[in-house]
Design a protein around this ligand. Structure first.
Ligand code: FE
Length: 344
C-alpha cells in the first residue's frame, strides 16, 4: 500500500495496537506500547536452544526397563503428544492471524521474536522425541488421535477461523471483537491454560529426578510462554482502552463463557491422560489447579474470578510466578554466548 508523502509527524496518541495509521507499522518510533519493547528485550536476554541441554540421563532412563512405570511412560508420551503440535498452532496464530492486523510496530517486533520462540519450542519437542528414539509419527499425530488433545486444539482452531480468512479486516466493532476474541482464545486459553496440566506433569517428573533433561527443556519453554501470556494480556488490555465499546458487557460474558469451556477441556484432558493420577496429583487436584490459574488469568484481563479454588500444587506457582522467575532460573549452568557465533 503506498504511503502518503508528508512532513507531518506521527502523533503518538494516535498509535493503536489495531486500527492504527498505515505509516505507523513502519516507524518503530515514537513508541507507545512500552510493554512490547520490554518483552522483546526480555525475550532476547532469555534466548536458548534445545541442543544446549544434555539429554544423556533421559536417554538412559527411557531405555532402562526399571526407572519408569508404564503409566509414567504413557503420561510422558501423551503430554508430548499435546506439546508437539501446540506450538505450531501458536506460531501460525502469531504469524498468520496477529501480525497482519497489529498496527503497533513495537508489538510487531515482539511478535517476530515470539514466532521464533514458538519454532524453538517445536524444535525442543522434536529433540526430545528424537533423543529418546520415540515413534515420531505416533507422537506428532496424537492431536488427531487422542480425543482430549483433539478437543483442545479444535476449540482454538475453530474459533480462529474468522480471523484467518484472507478477507478479514479489523475496523468494525464486530470484527474488532472477533479479533479480540481470537487474542483471548489464543493467549489466555491456549497459552495460559492449555499448557498447564502438561507443565505440571513435566515438573512432577523433575521432582522425582526422572527425565530431567526433558523437564529442563520444558522449564525454558514455560519461561518463554509466561512472557507470551504476559504480552498477550497487555495487548488485550491495550485494545480494551483504545477501542471504546469493544469491551461490552455481552462480550465480557461471552469471554467468561469461553474461558469456562477451556477450563473444562483442560481438566478433562488431565483426567483422561492420567486416569489413575500421577506423582500424587489426581484428577480432582488437576481440576482445582486449572480453575485456580483460570481465575488468575480472568483477573488480569479485568474479569471476575469464577472458581475461588485453592492451588493444590503450590510448587507450580514457585515455578511459574513471573516475579520469582529470576530465582527459579538461577540454576541455569550455561550462559548463552551471543558473540560466539561471530568467530568466523
Ligand atoms: Fe507461545
Amino acid at each position: 500500500m503506498p504511503i502518503a508523502k508528508t512532513s507531518k509527524r506521527i502523533d503518538i496518541n494516535q498509535r493503536r495496537v489495531i486500527n492504527g495509521a498505515d505509516a505507523d507499522v513502519i516507524q518503530l518510533y515514537p513508541m507507545k506500547h512500552a510493554f512490547a519493547w520490554q518483552a522483546y528485550n526480555t525475550g532476547n536476554a532469555n534466548h536458548w536452544l534445545p541442543t544446549e541441554i544434555s539429554m544423556q540421563k533421559d536417554i538412559e532412563q527411557w531405555k532402562s526397563k526399571n526407572v519408569l512405570s508404564p503409566d509414567e511412560r504413557q503420561a510422558f508420551e501423551t503430554v508430548l503428544g499435546f506439546f508437539t503440535t501446540a506450538d505450531s498452532i501458536a506460531a501460525n496464530n502469531v504469524v498468520l492471524a496477529f501480525y497482519k492486523h497489529v498496527t503497533s510496530p513495537e508489538c510487531r517486533m515482539y511478535l517476530l521474536r515470539q514466532g521464533y520462540e514458538e519454532a524453538i519450542h517445536t524444535h525442543a519437542y522434536q529433540y526430545i522425541v528424537e533423543s529418546l528414539g520415540m515413534d515420531e509419527s505416533k507422537i506428532f499425530n496424537m492431536y488427531r488421535e487422542v480425543e482430549a488433545i483433539y478437543e483442545k486444539d479444535n476449540l482454538v482452531l475453530s474459533l480462529n477461523e474468522g480471523v484467518f480468512d484472507p478477507h478479514f479486516k479489523t475496523g468494525t466493532l464486530e470484527n474488532d471483537q472477533k479479533f479480540l476474541e481470537n487474542m483471548i482464545v489464543f493467549s489466555v486459553i491456549m497459552e495460559g491454560i492449555f499448557f498447564y496440566s502438561a507443565f505440571a506433569v513435566m515438573f512432577g517428573f523433575q521432582r522425582q529426578n526422572k527425565l530431567v533433561g526433558s523437564a529442563e527443556q520444558i522449564q525454558y519453554i514455560m519461561r518463554d510462554e509466561s512472557q507470551h501470556l504476559n504480552f498477550g494480556i497487555n495487548m488485550i488490555n491495550a485494545i480494551k482502552t483504545e477501542i471504546p465499546g469493544v469491551w461490552s458487557k455481552d462480550f465480557q460474558e461471552h469471554i467468561i463463557e469461553l474461558i469456562r469451556r477451556g477450563v473444562v477441556l483442560e481438566y478433562t484432558f488431565a483426567r483422561e491422560v492420567f486416569p489413575k493420577g500421577i506423582f500424587g496429583m489426581n484428577a480432582e487436584a488437576f481440576k482445582q489447579y486449572i480453575e485456580h490459574i483460570a481465575d488468575r488469568r480472568l483477573e488480569r484481563i479485568g474479569l471476575p474470578r469464577q472458581y475461588e479454588s485453592e492451588n493444590p500444587f503450590p510448587w507450580m506457582s514457585e515455578a511459574i510466578d513471573l516475579s520469582k522467575e529470576k530465582n527459579f532460573f538461577e540454576t541455569r549452568v550455561t550462559e548463552y554466548q551471543v558473540g560466539g557465533a561471530l568467530e568466523w
